[in-house]
Design a protein around this ligand. Structure first.
Ligand SMILES: N[C@@H](CCC(=O)N[C@@H](CS)C(=O)NCC(=O)O)C(=O)O
Length: 229
């Protein structure tokens, strides 16, 4: 284990889980390269290091690891500044909400992929409930999850909010108000360079190309919004 490691993040451009690892790397100012792969036709080298065929994978000089939060926690042990709280109970609470963030991420994905308006609305309502439950967990002063400092728990949620902010440019999803605590949290995360630089320059285009296809209801909302602007 060394701080001189050569790090390569194996990625898929629009993957929110990869983005968590990229945010952790950026927060720590660690040098790394990103290697994009085709998840539909994974190369043999990738299948060898990712037994479930998923990204992210972090390749280091000492080996490869998978699972976004395992990667983030490994980085947190090796590189400063520490992004998890020191207090064991508070750290465990953050980890609990990171698990929750994974559910939120998957719910958001199922909303993006919903084929018709009815299913889209059901998924959106479910996502709304999940997001609203966060209100009781967020520190009152903020702006981040647990106060002033950006933590790994923020890195786990930031990709969800980046996608909602992007969609908000096209239509009013109504999932939170800008001046609500959730809105303030989202804004604070989006202003961070570590978050901005966690996706490639063509992220928006890649996202719209992937999800904004005819079979997904969301394409209609995006297209309506685009034609009005
Ligand atoms: N629990 C995993 C989830 C990673 C994940 O689902 N990655 C997706 C892309 S966003 C993937 O690689 N999917 C390919 C597949 O399931 O075959 C993590 O946190 O790293």
């Amino acid at each position: 284990m060394s701080n001189e490691d050569t790090l390569e993040l194996v990625s898929f451009k629009i993957c929110p889980f990869v983005q968590r690892s990229a945010i952790a790397l950026n927060e720590k100012g660690v040098d790394y390269t990103t290697r994009f792969i085709d998840l539909e036709q994974p190369a043999a080298w990738f299948t060898e290091i990712s037994p479930l065929g998923k990204v992210p994978v972090l390749k280091t000089d000492s080996g490869a690891i998978f699972e976004s939060m395992v990667i983030a926690e490994y980085l947190d042990e090796v590189y400063e500044p520490r992004l998890h709280p020191e207090d064991p109970m508070e750290k465990a609470r953050h980890r609990s909400w990171i698990e929750y963030a994974s559910e939120v991420t998957m719910k958001q994905f199922s909303m993006f992929m919903a084929p018709g308006e009815k299913l889209f609305t059901t998924r959106k309502d479910e996502l709304s409930e999940l997001l609203n439950a966060l209100n009781g967990q967020l520190s009152e002063v903020g702006p981040m999850f647990s106060g002033e400092r950006f933590r790994l728990v923020d890195a786990a949620f930031a990709p969800v909010f980046m996608r909602l902010e992007l969609l908000g440019k096209f239509f009013d999803h109504g999932l939170y108000d800008t001046d609500s605590r959730l809105g303030q949290w989202s804004q604070a995360m989006m202003e961070k360079d570590s978050v901005k630089n966690s996706v490639s320059k063509d992220f928006e285009r890649a996202f719209l190309d992937y999800f904004g296809v005819e079979k997904n209801h969301i394409s209609k909302l995006i297209n309506q919004g685009a034609s009005m602007s």
